[in-house]
Design a protein around this ligand. Structure first.
Ligand code: 6PG
Length: 253
């Protein structure tokens, strides 16, 4: 998918697409391209998925031709950047959304789907997921081939919420329990050391309602505890923003 505009702002590579569907297409094509390259080079591809509403359209494209056949599903390993502490069939489950959008529609081996178990006690689920990361990546900080992120209206990403200083300062644990205060909802989230170890981070942000927060995060003054997405800075990786034109309208010029 061709961007209508590409530019850099500091560490951010910004790609602007005419429509939300074009931005989703770009994200899906990038997933396919990186999956093929990683499986060819290393026999497997590790990706952490985002949740919420934005990625649904992109995920659905992964289960449709031509991408469905292009992706080497046997080597794809799905993880989550965050999920809500709810059962997998719950309407608010990020796993459920992805499962409906593509996982249930593609030939990925079930053992390659590394779900956060939101149905058990949050602290236990965080420990269990920490172990899942060790089982796959070994010891040391996991380096995902790709981490897919969204951006909340309050500049949260994954479940790293503003002013949750203890969580935002976490440098040891890979998985933490977070609290989404608006709903009093517990969540599981990868921590910044994991996000910032990734080979590539892709933010997918669409809609005019995200224009202001996208500008604050990308072009605004550094204010990371108010704008947690500003803390996402892969040390040795790419930081890419795939924005629809309306989400980028306060960024350009
Ligand atoms: C979640 C997400 C979260 C999301 C943003 C944007 O569990 O909700 O991981 O970080 O990406 O809140 O959500 P929308 O795409 O629904 O605007």
């Amino acid at each position: 998918m061709t961007a209508v505009h590409r530019f850099r702002i500091g560490p951010h590579e910004v790609q602007v697409y005419a429509e939300p569907s074009a931005a989703s297409r770009a994200g899906a094509e990038s997933f396919a391209e990186r999956a093929r390259a990683a499986v060819e080079a290393n026999g497997r591809f590790s990706v952490a998925l985002s949740g919420g509403n934005t990625p649904r359209a992109m995920y659905a494209m992964l289960a449709e031709e031509p991408l469905r056949s292009r992706i080497p599903w046997q080597g794809v390993h799905l993880f989550w950047g965050d999920d809500r502490c709810v059962p997998p069939a719950h309407p608010r489950s990020n796993f459920r959304m992805a499962n409906e959008a593509f996982i249930s529609r593609v030939p990925i081996p079930p053992e390659n789907v590394h779900r956060m178990r939101g149905e058990i006690a949050p602290a236990r689920a965080a420990e269990e997921y920490e172990q899942k990361l060790v089982d796959y990546f070994g010891f040391g900080v996991p380096r995902f081939d790709l981490i897919h992120l969204g951006l909340g209206g309050d500049a949260h990403t994954a479940s790293l919420f503003p002013f949750d200083d203890d969580l935002l300062r976490e440098r040891e644990r890979r998985v933490r329990v977070a609290l989404f205060r608006t709903l009093g909802e517990h969540r599981l989230t990868l921590t910044l050391p994991v996000l910032n170890a990734a080979a590539r981070i892709e933010f997918l942000v669409v809609g005019g309602e995200k224009a202001k927060v996208a500008r604050s995060v990308i072009r605004g003054a550094l204010d990371p505890f108010r704008l947690p997405a500003q803390l996402v800075r892969p040390r040795n990786g790419e930081l890419v923003w795939m924005l629809s034109r309306d989400a980028a309208r306060e960024l350009e010029g």
